[in-house]
Design a protein around this ligand. Structure first.
Ligand SMILES: O=C[C@H](O)[C@H](O)COP(=O)(O)O
Ligand SMILES: C=C(OP(=O)(O)O)C(=O)O
Ligand SMILES: [Mn+2]
Length: 452
């Protein structure tokens, strides 16, 4: 790990806001640089350890949350409901697939967005680039990139993180409360009912353990969870300002979140993002879209994880349902042949976006198709389908089509609240988790039958 943390300044950096005032930018950078880190180096290292288990096929990664968090939606209720949804999905996966689940939320920092267009076609205004940059309100003043918003994003992240930590370890995530995570509006759905049945089984298992003399009330793994944070490392000034050197080890970490990922639009080998993130010690994700070639991915892997550290790099494939079965295998083959211990994760959202009457949406069937394609590919190659990367909410939104509630095009207007991409609602997210758990269980049984 090198200390050349500012080399990125001499490299092309895509998707940066056109900050109109350099003095404002310098002031925000100085302010952020002096603020305490949001997470700590030992926490970041323990996420690398957990992800190393995933890389070895011993655990599954569940990463999810909003496409774009907003300051307005950073409320106690919404944070709690997102955490509940992740806990429900995680328990469905852990129980259904008998696999430890590493929980990484897209939360407490997911405030910057890359966009396809600088200018929004419908208004002629600069595009909304996330609350850390500008305001979604469609007027010229609101859309002006304002570096002070990065400082606001830091404080909003601190508030969210405080609650996430409290929910994870303060009793709320206790497995004895498994019923309480099922929200009223989900309870009557097919996935909600399935969840209730599983929750009854889990309660019985806890009672059984207690009867055997194991005290579930005193077992940390049952009374709390580890919940890590993540966001796209997009805004170079923000990520640089929150990067710190650990005194005791001299190691460098981006302490704005535990895991940082590089987006599909900023993963150029010779660009600022790859250079900068290759120099911090965090677990790094990198999105891989359908245009990525096997050679490119190997080169990226080499840059981002030259020491072949298991858990350091997660490759997040977002190929689209139609492409995953043919585009992913040659990439996996080449990365494996180069001996890289990566986590293979599947983002079944970003390759399946479609436009319905000017509204961005995704169909649950396409999401499922891509996830199943991802599992088929790994089954064919004998590799571990390591994780899932999802855009979701803890609410009953109507942003993605389909699912058991059969949300139709006419329903999209009901609760379409996202600031950027369409998210699965809680019912759809839970349904997906149950289906993934079945696939994982099946993969496991097949592997065990082969090895016995
Ligand atoms: O979240 C991902 C991207 O920011 C998003 O898909 C880009 O959306 P756009 O094509 O509307 O700019
Ligand atoms: C921008 C995103 O995805 P991608 O970089 O894969 O398009 C995202 O995860 O919101
Ligand atoms: Mn998105």
């Amino acid at each position: 790990m090198s200390n050349d943390l500012d080399i990125w300044r001499s490299l092309p950096a895509r998707q940066q806001p056109s900050w109109p005032d350099q003095e404002e930018l310098a002031a925000a950078f100085a302010e952020l640089s002096a603020l305490p880190p949001l997470v700590t180096a030992p926490e970041v290292r323990s996420l690398t350890d957990r992800l190393a288990m995933v890389a070895r096929g011993e655990a599954f990664l569940l990463q999810g949350g909003d496409c774009a968090e907003t300051f307005a939606a950073n409320t106690a209720d919404k944070i709690r409901d997102k955490v509940k949804t992740l806990l429900q999905m995680a328990v469905a996966l852990t129980y259904g697939a008998s696999t430890p689940v590493v929980k990484v939320a897209r939360i407490a920092g997911q405030y910057a967005k890359p966009r396809s267009a600088d200018i929004e076609a419908s208004t002629g205004l600069p595009s909304y680039r996330g609350d850390a940059v500008n305001d979604i309100t469609p007027n010229a003043q609101a859309r002006r990139p304002n570096p002070k918003r990065m400082v606001d994003a830091y404080h909003q992240s601190a508030v969210a993180l405080n609650l996430v930590r409290a929910f994870a370890t303060g009793g709320f995530a206790d497995l004895h409360k498994v019923h309480e995570w099922n929200k009223a509006f989900v309870r009557d759905s097919a996935a909600g009912r399935r969840y209730e049945l599983m929750a009854v089984d889990i309660e019985r298992a806890l009672a059984f353990m207690a009867a055997c003399g194991i005290d579930p009330d005193r077992t940390a793994a049952l009374t709390g969870v580890e919940m890590f944070t993540s966001h796209e490392g997009l805004l170079m000034e923000y990520e640089r300002a929150l990067t710190r050197t650990e005194e005791s080890t001299g190691e460098v970490y981006d302490l704005s979140a535990h895991m940082i990922w590089i987006g599909e639009r900023t993963r150029d080998l010779d660009g600022a993002h790859v250079d900068f993130l290759s120099r911090v010690g965090n677990p790094i994700g990198c999105k891989i879209g359908p245009t990525a070639t096997p050679d490119e991915v190997v080169a990226l892997t080499e840059r981002l994880n030259p020491d072949h550290i298991p858990g350091r790099l997660t490759l997040i494939a977002r190929m689209g349902a139609k492409r995953v079965r043919d585009a992913l295998p040659p990439i996996i083959d080449k990365v494996n042949a180069a001996g890289h211990p990566v986590v293979w994760s599947c983002d079944p959202m970003h390759g399946n976006t479609r436009d319905v009457g000017g509204v961005k949406t995704r169909h649950f069937d396409d999401v499922l198709d891509e996830v199943f394609g991802f599992f088929e590919v790994h089954k064919g190659l004998g590799t571990h389908p390591g994780g899932l990367h999802i855009e979701l909410t803890g609410e009953n939104v109507t942003e993605c089509l389909g699912g058991a509630e059969m949300i139709g095009e006419a329903d999209l207007g009901g609760r379409y609240e996202t600031a950027c991409d369409p998210r699965l609602n809680t019912g759809q997210a839970l349904e997906l988790a149950f289906l993934v758990a079945e696939s994982l269980q099946q993969a496991r049984v097949e592997r065990d039958t082969h090895t016995h």
